[in-house]
Design a binder for this molecule. Structure first.
Ligand SMILES: [Zn+2]
Ligand SMILES: [Zn+2]
Length: 436
């Protein structure tokens, strides 16, 4: 009786162990994936304009047998593949490029330009590596279809637009991503890293990326002649005081144990040497992990700006206005620990434990975090896919030179190494989640 029980347990366990490390031979599939990467790289589209990109992803998924819906939340794509009974695993890529003129010097550099709202010509580039994400995503879909025998459940491939403006995840969720299609049990994504060597992956449990808020402050004054300041209330002086006072929110008001960034990224006021203007405009970015900290930042900004205006003698009607762009607000990304541990283990089995690094959290933001903050409370994991050419990485350490960051015109990931690593890591993570 005991023996029978044991052998049944072994039978159950053995396919699971095998499945957790898919031994992928990518030799035959990489040329097509690299070709796709180069095509995507050379045809980037800005946020809200990812129409052709969406079509390309949809065509790839359709070819693989997915049930595909296009134009979800803008130019988003949802692909579903049912493969027996089991959990639903959602894999997400983002699809948009950035208004950056590529200066990598690569033969395959993007030459795409668009005309911006002011009529100026600007280059467009996949400066955040979303082309790497999409190519790994398609490669992963291919491998999971090819190795259907290693997992059971529903594979949900989601290509999300408008990540760079914090709008795409929100728009797809708003259009019923979890209610009109299927509710995932697990959600995973990768982001290429500009500081981790290609061939490696880095990840962290818990908070891994910050929340992002854009805030506009309009500081009012009473303008007049620059030679008669006593007849005015100078908004430039109020703005100067305000910028300094804002520095005390993080340093004096919030717990030093809670990460918080308040950056004034733009300040505009006045038009001439001898004119005191009526208004100064500030643009801020706020970052944090804890939603309570985010709320405390905003409350403090409102209180401090109003207090300084009052001390300058302005009437309440002329107190500054503080506008939080709620439509662009994104929460922090919290990697669910239990799921992230499983993802880490499965990637280590696939690419070697030495190639899986721990990484500190960053104050950059990603709207991926939103998928883990819906009422459905679905576990999410985002991991970093190394993108830096190994030789350049070693040189940078030797010389102390900094490497081009994400969003740099010189960011050129080592795609030939990063792509197969991304496909192996993501395919194995998905299989582990299906089989846990
Ligand atoms: Zn980005
Ligand atoms: Zn990005």
């Amino acid at each position: 009786m005991k023996l029978t029980y044991l052998s049944a347990a072994l039978l159950l366990a053995s396919p699971l162990l095998q499945a957790q490390s898919l031994d992928l031979n990518l030799t035959n599939s990489m040329p097509a994936i690299e070709k796709l990467y180069l095509d995507l790289h050379q045809s980037p589209e800005l946020s809200y304009h990812e129409q052709q990109t969406g079509k390309k992803i949809a065509a790839q998924l359709t070819k693989l047998g997915f049930e595909v819906t296009e134009n979800v939340g803008g130019y988003g794509v949802v692909g579903l593949l049912k493969n027996g009974n089991g959990p639903t695993v959602m894999i997400r890529t983002d699809t948009d490029g950035l208004p950056i003129t590529e200066q990598t010097g690569k033969a395959y550099a993007s030459k795409v330009t668009v005309t911006d709202a002011q009529g100026a010509t600007v280059g467009v580039m996949h400066g955040c590596g979303h082309d790497i994400h999409m190519s790994s995503f398609v490669g992963t879909a291919q491998q999971l279809v090819k190795h259907k025998d290693a997992w059971q459940g529903t594979l949900m491939m989601v290509a999300q637009p408008a990540e760079e403006v914090g709008a795409g995840a929100k728009a797809m969720l708003y259009e019923g991503l979890f209610t009109q299609y299927v509710k995932p049990d697990h959600i995973i994504a990768l982001h290429v890293s500009a500081s981790v060597p290609a061939g490696k992956v880095a990840l962290k449990n818990g908070y891994t990326m910050a929340s992002v808020d854009s805030v506009d402050i309009s500081i009012k004054g009473k303008g007049g002649h620059g030679a008669y300041p006593h007849t005015t209330i100078d908004p430039i002086v109020i703005a100067a005081r305000t910028v300094l006072a804002l520095q005390t929110i993080t340093s004096r008001e919030l717990s030093p144990l809670e990460p918080s960034v308040i950056t004034v990224g733009s300040i505009h006021g006045g038009a001439k040497h001898n004119v005191i203007s009526d208004e100064v405009k500030l643009q801020l970015t706020l970052r944090s992990y804890n939603p309570d900290i985010r709320n405390a930042q905003i409350a403090a900004i409102k209180r401090i700006t109003a207090g300084i205006a009052q001390s300058a003698g302005l009437d309440e009607a002329l107190y500054p206005t503080v506008h939080v762009h709620e439509d662009e607000s994104i929460p922090s990304t919290y990697n669910t620990p239990a799921q992230t541990n499983l993802v880490r283990q499965s990637i280590a089995n696939a690419i070697g434990a030495g190639n899986v690094l721990d990484t500190p959290a960053v104050m950059a933001g990603e709207d991926f975090g939103l998928y883990g903050r819906t009422d459905e409370n679905i576990p999410i994991t985002l991991f970093w896919l190394g993108g830096v050419n190994q030789q350049k990485y070693v040189e940078a350490i030797k010389t102390g030179n900094t490497l081009p960051s994400l969003h740099s015109s010189k960011f050129a990931p080592d795609y030939k190494v990063a792509l197969p690593t991304g496909i192996k890591a993501m395919s194995n993570a998905a299989v582990a989640l299906f089989n846990q």
